[in-house]
Design a protein. Structure first.
Length: 1014
């Protein structure tokens, strides 16, 4: 079996001799248009069969181009006894015009001359007119007198046509570029080329077309622009049995070496580049020379002048006489660069496709990614990956960009992809060809769909001089129109000047779709860390708050969060890991403190967050006077983080946040601290109002090296402002040697002592402390300031020692220093009371959400338990709906095609309500007009007409205007507010809810009724 080797055409332009590696070599893409030809004669007739300019076919081996000798070695297959007829416009002209036949040989330079027409058959083999070129050799009417050779054995003979200057001439000839008869086509002006030539094989007097071929053609027009463009009609035969018709379609190369191989440009590692290049800076690019023997994986194919004769193809070593079709690849998979099947992050992350090439020999592959998800793989935005697939498992890296070079954005939807193994691949690069009308290529064997499809990629090249439109067409285009990959501006400085322009075609195998997903994921993870209090005093607790947020766009799972608290903080504990966002959008999968280190894994949907609260005792002052540490969040594998928050670079694997806390020593002994937080926001106002419950925290600590004895802590409450909450007192003592006792009888009025007045104890040295908490109801009216402060008497240097207001995370903010000294050490700002300002109650808020919750058809209930959310209505997502009984907030906007309504069907409507403002919703009266085309049903939910559910308790309401809260007003009976139409065209239900509280547990419910479709 032959390997998958495909053709490649080169055109060598001879003007740019200074190009270091390629000279002015021009690789030409050939294309096909339909034409009809007589069976006799083949040669220069086909080179000019499309009109345009007549080039000289050159023989000047002493002036090679990029190592390729500028000599056209023609090959002809003949069987034993068949006659090879030869002729050219230069045989016998000048001192050297000749036609020479060489015996079959693997090397032309070592081949034996078997016929010298000028010496052995003088006066024969001269073509003197265009008519003779068309007719071919005698006995054809009007034909030329050929020089002939009868093949003694079957084989591939080689033919050289020397111009009038002979086989070793140098310098350019003078082509006329005229197809018709002009003197310069037949005299010594041809110099080292021939304008007309023919080789025809006769078998028993019958011409056998399709026997003549060549590895390449050295052609020369001597000019550019109109009148110098070549329109040749030729055939290309590939090693794996494919045949193409090609038409050069106004190719404008000046001088050209045409040839075809299977790879196009290749790099230093023998990989196909599948793109055009700049010739001034080839950067390791090369090609298989048509004058050199074929190499493994790189082969030159044959240029025929007529449909190839199978006998001639069979005689060429390694060539198949039938197309060898590729087996389709298998096991097509994708994996992100960090190992995730079916997923990679957006740029700079990337991923790898893998598949199995089951063919026994190498072939090219094409991977197509449907970037716009429209089911087509031929859009400009779709990404095409090409290369060589050796037999076995193949890995192909994708950089995450689309067909236009832009990063593919992340999203939840996956992308389709498919892979093919290609055969019959034919590259047609044009090197230093300033212009082309668009090569026309048609696959003639095998026949099938897309026989005219060609591909190219000129991206990255300078675009002056009339570039192709589009600049890249890796998705392919139909070349039959003659304008696919057309470029140039009609001058010697067209787009192709000093470039290698590649066009190619192939036959793909059956496309194999990707197994599994191809998802691009990205999550902008942001981490922040704060602490309180600030500054923090030795011997007191410090509270760290770490917030990790996902700003999307992708949802992520397996996000890791770490933080190591400095060793000066002891007794570190995790207070909480709290998700933020819509219910279920975030989760703390695990969170532990081991020593001083937090380790956690979380799930974060787009827009959600988690908040960690960590506390510990500051037991020493660091040498720097600051507690410095860094919290870090790490993204999951194959999820890009598009914003580099901490400028870590690379693939932005982690984000970090640094926190610095100033640590100060205690100026007094003991030190008192007091903070207050809103414990219960009774009216849900979000601010402190009358009736809310606050919690005070009183801390006294001894940070000196000497115990503080005889400690009594008191905190009287002003009953006009605060009312103690019974049972809310709590007490904690810390430090070995701390003996201060609790006072469970504290109430702030008759007993203002926070600690036992009868057993005054000791605060131990080096951090002994007590923490006392109690709650109180705010009885003060709006606008009133509530000032409160605890004090401690002791044997210490400051007695009494007043508490200083403190604000921890979640506390009501306090002034750090009001500038008024109340008895502690002067100038320290450590004796400020807690201050609360009672705000006025906020406005009410009443939410309504209406949905279809069921359809009844022939006593069968079709329920709508899911929720169709209204993206423009925030009421759908109010947290208070979670109080509703199962299935919660549910229902649909409309019934939909799957349950289209018929006359007699019953529709169940549910109107959900929620009062979650800063104050109760007063005097709520609800009106819902009956929809047109329906009739209100008196036999409704729960056996009644109207079902009212308030805070989980159902009440059946009648339709009559009786003592209950609901009624139905028949059609055309006038109605008032809040009904939208006082004429009441179809009837309406009215429900008087009265005052609806805003407190959780009693602020929600729903109204349910049914109508029948008329």
């Amino acid at each position: 079996m032959n390997s998958f080797l495909q053709p490649f055409f080169i055109v060598a332009g001879f003007r740019l001799r200074h190009l270091s590696w390629i000279g002015s070599l021009l690789l030409v893409a050939w294309a096909w248009s339909q034409w009809a030809q007589p069976a006799q004669a083949e040669g220069s007739r086909e080179i000019v069969s499309g009109g345009g300019a007549r080039p000289l076919t050159e023989w000047r081996p002493r002036e090679p181009t990029s190592g390729v000798p500028r000599r056209t070695i023609l090959q002809v297959f003949a069987q034993a006894g068949e006659v090879i007829n030869l002729g050219s416009s230069a045989v016998g002209i000048g001192n050297g015009g000749n036609a020479v036949v060489f015996a079959p040989s693997t090397s032309f330079d070592n081949a034996q001359v078997v016929l010298d027409c000028r010496r052995q058959q003088p006066g024969q083999g001269l073509i003197t007119s265009r008519a003779q070129e068309l007719a071919g050799p005698l006995p054809a009417a009007g034909g030329y007198t050929p020089c002939t050779y009868t093949a003694p054995t079957a084989g591939i003979y080689q033919v050289a046509f020397y111009g009038p200057a002979g086989p070793n001439a140098v310098g350019n000839g003078t082509p006329t570029r005229q197809i018709n008869d002009v003197p310069g086509n037949f005299n010594t002006s041809q110099r080292n080329g021939v304008a007309l030539w023919d080789i025809t094989v006769f078998s028993n007097g019958t011409p056998r077309p399709g026997r003549v071929f060549s590895n390449y053609l050295a052609l020369y027009t001597g000019a550019n622009g109109p009148g110098a463009q070549i329109n040749s009609n030729l055939f290309i035969q590939t090693r794996d049995g494919f045949t193409y018709r090609v038409n050069t379609n106004n190719l404008d190369p000046d001088g050209a070496i045409f040839f075809s191989n299977n790879r196009g440009f290749i790099d230093a590692n023998n990989n196909g580049l599948y793109r055009s290049i700049n010739l001034d800076a080839p950067a390791g690019a090369t090609f298989q020379s048509p004058a050199a023997p074929d190499q493994p994986g790189n082969a030159t194919n044959k240029i025929f002048f007529n449909q190839p004769d199978p006998l001639a193809v069979a005689a060429i070593n390694g060539f198949s006489t039938f197309p060898i079709l590729p087996l389709a690849p298998t096991n097509f998979l994708f994996r992100g660069i960090e190992g995730t099947p079916g997923q990679t992050g957006s740029v700079p992350l990337r991923g790898t496709f893998s598949f199995l090439n089951p063919n026994p020999t190498p072939g090219s592959y094409t991977i197509s990614i449907d970037i716009n998800r429209n089911g087509s793989y031929r859009d400009p935005i779709d990404r095409i990956l090409t290369g060589t697939a050796q037999p076995g498992n193949i890995l192909v890296e994708w950089d995450g960009r689309d067909g236009q070079g832009n990063p593919v954005p992340a999203g939840t939807a996956g992308f389709g992809a498919q892979v093919t193994i290609n055969a019959g691949e034919a590259h047609f690069p044009l090197l230093d060809s300033e212009g082309s009308g668009g090569l026309i290529i048609q696959r003639t064997s095998p026949l099938g769909a897309d026989a005219d499809r060609v591909y190219y990629n000129d991206a990255g090249l300078a675009t002056g001089g009339g570039p192709p439109n589009p600049l890249s067409l890796l998705q392919g285009g139909n070349s039959s129109s003659g304008n696919v990959h057309a470029y140039g501006n009609g001058t010697g400085e067209g787009f192709g000047d000093r470039k290698g322009i590649d066009t190619w075609t192939y036959l793909p195998s059956t496309p194999i779709p990707l197994q599994g997903n191809l998802v691009i994921a990205a999550a902008d993870l942001v981490i922040s860390k704060t602490h309180s209090p600030n500054p923090v005093t030795v011997g007191t607790n410090i509270t760290y708050t770490i917030t990790v947020r996902n700003n999307g766009p992708s949802n992520v799972n397996g996000v890791t969060v770490t933080d190591t608290i400095p060793p000066e903080v002891t007794g570190v504990r995790l207070v909480s890991c709290t998700p933020q966002g819509p219910q279920g959008s975030a989760a703390c999968l695990n969170a532990t403190i081991n020593g001083n280190t937090l380790n956690s894994t979380v799930r974060l949907n787009n827009g959600s967050a988690v908040v960690y609260t960590i506390t510990g005792l500051v037991s020493a002052i660091p040498s720097s006077g600051r507690l410095i540490n860094t919290a870090t969040v790490q993204r999951p594998n194959d999820v890009a983080d598009p914003v580099d928050q901490d400028n870590s670079g690379g693939t932005n694997r982690t984000e970090s946040a640094i926190d610095e806390a100033v640590v100060i020593a205690s100026p007094v002994s003991p030190t008192g601290l007091k903070s207050v937080r809103l414990f219960t926001d009774v009216d849900n106002s979000g601010s402190l109002t009358t009736g809310d419950i606050v919690e005070y925290t009183v801390v006294y600590i001894n940070t000196t090296n000497t115990a503080v004895n005889n400690v009594l802590i008191t905190d009287p409450l002003n009953t006009n402002l605060l009312q103690f909450v019974a049972g809310s007192y709590s007490y904690e003592a810390f430090g070995t040697g701390t003996t201060v006792q609790a006072n469970a009888n504290y109430n702030g009025t008759s007993d203002p002592n926070l600690t036992s007045p009868s057993t005054r104890g000791t605060l131990a040295a080096g951090g002994g402390r007590v923490v006392i908490r109690f709650r109180a109801v705010v009885t003060a009216g709006s606008g009133v300031q509530v000032i409160n402060q605890a004090s401690a008497t002791s044997d210490g240097p400051v007695s009494p020692s007043l508490t200083d207001a403190l604000t921890n995370t979640g506390d009501i903010a306090q002034l750090l220093d009001d500038g008024i000294n109340q008895g502690n050490l002067p100038g320290t700002g450590d004796d400020d009371p807690t201050l609360l300002v009672v705000a006025a109650p906020g406005p009410p808020r009443f939410r309504l959400v209406k949905r279809v919750t069921a359809v009844f058809r022939e006593n069968r209930r079709i329920a709508f338990n899911g929720l169709n959310e209204d993206a423009s209505d925030p009421d759908d997502n109010a947290p208070g709906w979670s109080q509703l009984p199962t299935p919660g907030l549910a229902g649909a906007f409309s019934v939909g095609d799957a349950n289209s309504l018929s006359s007699g069907d019953q529709i169940e409507y549910t109107i959900y309500f929620l009062s979650d403002g800063a104050s109760p919703s007063p005097g709520v009266n609800l009106c819902d007009p009956i929809p047109t085309g329906t009739t209100y049903l008196t036999n409704g939910p729960a056996g009644g007409e109207i079902q009212l559910n308030r805070a989980g308790t159902n009440t059946v309401l009648t339709s009559n205007a009786d003592s209950d809260a609901g009624r139905f007003v028949p059609r055309l009976n006038p109605v008032g507010s809040p009904c939208p139409n006082s004429n009441n065209p179809n009837g309406a239900i009215l429900v008087n809810l009265g005052d609806v509280p805003n407190q959780g547990g009693a602020n929600f419910g729903f109204i349910r009724f049914r109508v029948r479709v008329d």
